[in-house]
Design a protein around this ligand. Structure first.
Ligand SMILES: Nc1nc2c(ncn2[C@@H]2O[C@H](COP(=O)(O)OP(=O)(O)O)[C@@H](O)[C@H]2O)c(=O)[nH]1
Ligand SMILES: [Mg+2]
Ligand SMILES: [Zn+2]
Length: 318
């Protein structure tokens, strides 16, 4: 056992403890306790400095600055953010083709993905159970689309090849779409825990409770995440505009600079809706997300101005 501080990468976070991959293998390290000296709570994907301690074994002494990070609105606290995973190069939004297309959900995940600073990707999995219909056509305008079946191996090589040497890819998406199965298929053997699908409604059960980082033989890294149910966006305005680039591109032609594309005269976006160039429902979804972020920005501003009475320690998270 090394008696010196060492550099490692967090592979799992688990109630005040983290598993850290160091040169010689995996270490269980205290993080949430009073022993922790890091300013930041570590998340999966973080590079950390681990130091030995007589009593607790090891503790996180430092979390290195994050190159990229996937951040959502903290579901517990109304006006704060929560980092889900750090130092990622690619974020693959997974959809299961056994289910109906869900544009709103994919859009929301894509905003989260792009906002992280990583390259977004879309994985249409369970190709053995469903068709890639025209409904999915728009996805290619936002990010590269991979069609896979983790079951029969379709598209797995392409997906694996998309993860360059030293790169980290994280799978995100709801429970049951096949994220863990994809990790296993890419790795080549069972490393991530998958769930059996209930046969009646084909909805996967929630089994992945901790995020997991897995090193590939190729020198890449994949991270599995549990199905994220509540994904509130956090200050993701720029990413939002990327996902809705078709609408944003028209806005300069609106008569008013601050046009909300709702009822203003000479609105280029509303005209495009009339012409059928843009779906009304897509515009509505853009406006909803836009409103969510605007309200949040206002809440953050209010919180800043309010006297800090009973502020909880935001750093300490499970
Ligand atoms: N038919 C089919 N089933 C799949 C595919 N990928 C995953 N599954 C199944 O879907 C269920 C949920 O998969 P899992 O990887 O646990 O989903 P996760 O919640 O996104 O991690 C499991 O029963 C898998 O065997 C696929 O491409 N085709
Ligand atoms: Mg899973
Ligand atoms: Zn307009």
């Amino acid at each position: 056992m090394s008696s010196e501080a060492q550099l490692g990468r967090v592979v799992r976070v688990d109630r005040g403890e983290v598993d850290v991959l160091v040169e010689e293998g995996e270490l269980r390290v205290m993080s949430g306790s009073q022993r922790a000296q890091a300013e930041t709570a570590p998340v999966t994907g973080d590079w950390v400095v681990v130091a030995p301690d007589d009593e607790v074994g090891f503790y996180v002494a430092l979390v290195l600055p994050r190159r990229t990070a996937m951040v959502r609105r903290d579901p517990a606290e109304q006006v704060s953010d929560q980092v889900l995973v750090a130092n990622i190069d690619r974020v693959a939004v997974v959809h299961g083709l056994d289910q109906a297309a869900n544009d709103a959900r994919i859009e929301r995940f894509l905003v989260l993905a792009i906002d992280s600073g990583a390259e977004p990707m879309i994985v249409l999995n369970k190709q053995d159970l469903g068709e890639v219909s025209d409904e999915y056509g728009w996805l290619e305008t936002v990010a590269p689309v991979f069609t896979t079946s983790a079951e029969d191996g379709t598209g797995i090589d392409e997906l694996r090849n998309a993860i360059g040497y030293g790169e980290t890819l994280v799978f995100i998406g709801p429970s049951g779409v096949g994220k863990s199965t994809l990790v296993n298929a890419i790795f080549g053997e069972q490393v991530a825990e998958t769930s059996e699908v209930r046969s009646r409604d084909r909805r996967g059960r929630h089994t992945t409770t901790t995020r997991e980082l897995i090193e590939l033989p190729s020198g890449g890294v994949v991270i599995d995440t549990p199905g994220i149910r509540a994904i509130g966006l956090w200050a993701a305005d720029i990413a939002l505009d990327e996902v809705f680039a078709d609408i944003v591109a028209l806005a300069p032609a609106c008569r008013f600079r601050d046009c909300t594309h709702r009822q203003e005269p000479n609105c280029a976006v509303l005209e495009a809706v009339e012409n059928g160039e843009i779906q009304a429902i897509r515009l509505a979804r853009y406006q909803l997300l836009w409103q969510e972020l605007a309200e949040q920005a206002r809440d953050i501003e209010l919180r800043k101005r309010a006297p800090s009475t009973s502020k909880r320690n935001k750093r300490r998270r499970k």
